[in-house]
Each structure stands twice: as structure tokens, then as C-alpha cells.
Design a protein around this ligand. Structure first.
Ligand code: ADP
Ligand code: TRP
Length: 324
């Protein structure tokens, strides 16, 4: 049985792209799997960017609530906050002492910002070592990540290999990256990839009024008159509708658009309804958790208790091997 582990950034409320492209597929995968899975909110990584405590806390809660609302089963998946396992930061120090400065300087996460060094804190520079610690502390075998994280994964393998080599035995497990081949592409309200940095998101957990405002204001449509035929394929409204409505409803909308007499306003209304109804249950659960933070804390603590036991065992092995 393999141990699968991955970390999720906590830099805001998950949007429709995160939910359809990352959260739902991961939950579906965990459901059918006999592997053991660990999933954590990388709130220590967030500190490289976010220095406001209230914002940091709120982000962690909304990410946790979103995963739970989408059906994450915490009896099957060890679900926790990174910051609840201090062994991870301790491990990051040991790893840092075995990893060459010159290699860290090659990390894209740092190199991309190296021309603005005044914006780079030492935490950001050492980011790959904290990420390696997240993985190595739990003896993870497989780590599902996006392509942008492959270099970090390579560094995790590299540093584990260096330590194993030095101490002459396998104290750390070298993890493998799992890249999800066909990830879904969710367009934003402007047609570009939905991303929180682009201000083109739809929040499926938002109430009907806010969703209506986002759909009506953000999605730009052409000025084809109501009665004229329209091309569904080039339209963001229809693309988004296809992703959230049933196949037959999506086909129905395409037929109506092509036939004419059905305007973009109608299509937006149908999209709104599909989002409001389609995520009704998830929205309820999300709101319930956000209104009961102790319940959310209890779920995360349950995971942290399990995670700490595993990390503690790894640390015992490593500390002993290193001479402590
Ligand atoms: P953002 O681009 O909003 O910052 P992240 O980079 O934090 O989102 O992505 C978190 C996860 O959600 C990743 O697994 C990513 O592949 C997925 N994801 C993000 N945006 C989309 C999108 N528009 N369509 C499909 N998946 C997405
Ligand atoms: N750096 C990852 C990202 O930006 C998040 C992350 C932190 C992670 N620690 C991890 C992913 C460990 C996998 C394993 O998406």
C-alpha cells in the first residue's frame, strides 16, 4: 500500500476552477483507492506571502471548509494543517543543512523573483526545503502535484538521497511525483484560465445574489440581438454551463442558442441556476463549517493527531542517525 500525500496552498477561498480541477478529482480518487492518503493545508508556506494573522487564519478555514464541503472523508484521509505539526519545521532545518545553497538558488519559485531581491524573504528562498520536509516527514511514496511543482519534488528526492547517502542507510523515503495528466480546464469569466490572481473567478460557495452579480457583470457577451442565432462554442457562458450542468441540459442550451430567440441574458440566468442548485449541498456544508469554526478545528486536529505520530517516528529515526 502506497502512501499518497499532497499539500494545498491556502491563499484564498477556492474558486470554481479549484473545485472542478483539483478538489473534486482528488476526492474521487481517494474514494476508490486502497492507498493511504495525507492531505494538508500548507499554511506555513503561506507565511512567505501573507503576514496578516486574520487573513492567514481565514484562508485556512475557507480552504478546509471547501474540501470538507466537497466530500472529503476525514476517516479515510489524514487532513491537517501543516502548522499543527512542528516536526515539519524541525525537519526543514536538518534538510537545509544538507542542501547546497547553489541548488536552492536554481528553484523557479526563487529565480522568478531574483531580480526583485528586496521582495524575497529567506523563507521564500528556503521554500523547497519546507516542502521537502512536508513530504519526507510522512514517508510519502507518491505526491500528486501540478507541473510547476516538479522541480520542488526533484529537490525533495535529491535531499533525501543526500542524507541517506551520508548516513549509509535509508532513513528517508525518496518520493515520486504523480502528475495528473488530463486536468480539467475551467475558463474564467473573461475566457482566460480561471485564477484568483486574474479577478475572473466564480465562487461556487457564494450566495445566489453574489453569483448573479459576478455572472452578469464579469461575463462579457457580444451584442447579437435576442432573436438571432448564436454560436455556443465560442461563448464563456456556454463553456461554463457545460462544466456545471448535466450533459442534456448543456446540449439543450446549445440548441437554443443556435436557434435564436434565446439571449445571452437567458443563458446567464440558466448558468446561475445551475451553479446555485448544483452546489446547494456543498454551499450549505461550507456555510455550516464557516459558522462553526470549532467543528472545523476539531476535524483538522483529528488529522494533526494522526500526522504527528507519523512525523514523530521519522524524526526519531533521523535525529538518531544524525547524532542527536
Ligand atoms: P490559482 O490559479 O487560482 O492561484 P492554484 O494555482 O492555487 O489556483 O491552483 C490550485 C489547484 O487548482 C491546482 O491543482 C490547479 O491545477 C487547480 N486549478 C486552478 N485553476 C484552475 C482552472 N481554471 N481550471 C482547472 N483547474 C484549476
Ligand atoms: N508548493 C505547493 C504548491 O504551491 C504546495 C505544497 C506545499 C505541497 N507542500 C507540499 C505540495 C508538499 C505537495 C507536497 O502548490
Amino acid at each position: 500500500m502506497a502512501r499518497i500525500l499532497t499539500g494545498i496552498q491556502s491563499t484564498g477561498t477556492p474558486h470554481l476552477g479549484n473545485v472542478l480541477g483539483a478538489i473534486r478529482p482528488a476526492i474521487e480518487l481517494a474514494k476508490d483507492s486502497t492507498d493511504e492518503s495525507f492531505l494538508f493545508i500548507a499554511d506555513l508556506h503561506s507565511l512567505t506571502q501573507i503576514k496578516d494573522g486574520a487573513e492567514l487564519r481565514a484562508n485556512t478555514y475557507s480552504v478546509a471548509a471547501a474540501w470538507l464541503a466537497c466530500g472529503l472523508d476525514t476517516n479515510k484521509t489524514v487532513f491537517y494543517r501543516q502548522s499543527d505539526v512542528p516536526q515539519c519545521t524541525e525537519l526543514a532545518w536538518y534538510l537545509s543543512c544538507f542542501y547546497p545553497y547553489s541548488r536552492l538558488a536554481l528553484a523557479h519559485s526563487f529565480k522568478d523573483k531574483a531580480d526583485r531581491l528586496e521582495d524575497v524573504n529567506a523563507g521564500l528562498f528556503a521554500y523547497p526545503m519546507l516542502m521537502a520536509a512536508d513530504i519526507l516527514a510522512y514517508d510519502a511514496n507518491q505526491v500528486p502535484v501540478g507541473k510547476d511543482q516538479l522541480q520542488h519534488l526533484e529537490m525533495a528526492r535529491d535531499v533525501a538521497g543526500r542524507i541517506n547517502n551520508k548516513v549509509g542507510r535509508e532513513v528517508l523515503i525518496e518520493p515520486e511525483a504523480l502528475t495528473n495528466a488530463a486536468t480539467m480546464y475551467v475558463p474564467g469569466t473573461d475566457g482566460a484560465k480561471m485564477s484568483k490572481s486574474k479577478g475572473n473567478i466564480l465562487d461556487p460557495f457564494a450566495d445566489a445574489k453574489s453569483l448573479k452579480k459576478a455572472i452578469n457583470k464579469q461575463i462579457v457577451t457580444d451584442a447579437t440581438p435576442l432573436e438571432d442565432p448564436k454560436d455556443p462554442d465560442g461563448s464563456v457562458v456556454h463553456q461554463l454551463y457545460q462544466l456545471v450542468a448535466s450533459e442534456s441540459d448543456a446540449a439543450d442550451m446549445a440548441t437554443k442558442l443556435r436557434a435564436g430567440g434565446y439571449g445571452w441574458g437567458h443563458a446567464k440566468k440558466d448558468l446561475l441556476e445551475a451553479l446555485v442548485d448544483g452546489f446547494a449541498q456543498e454551499r450549505d456544508t461550507y456555510n455550516r463549517y464557516m459558522a462553526d469554526l470549532p467543528a472545523l478545528d476539531a476535524e483538522l486536529s483529528k488529522g494533526a493527531d494522526k500526522a504527528r505520530v507519523v512525523a514523530q517516528a521519522t524524526m526519531g529515526r533521523l535525529r538518531e542517525a544524525l547524532g542527536y
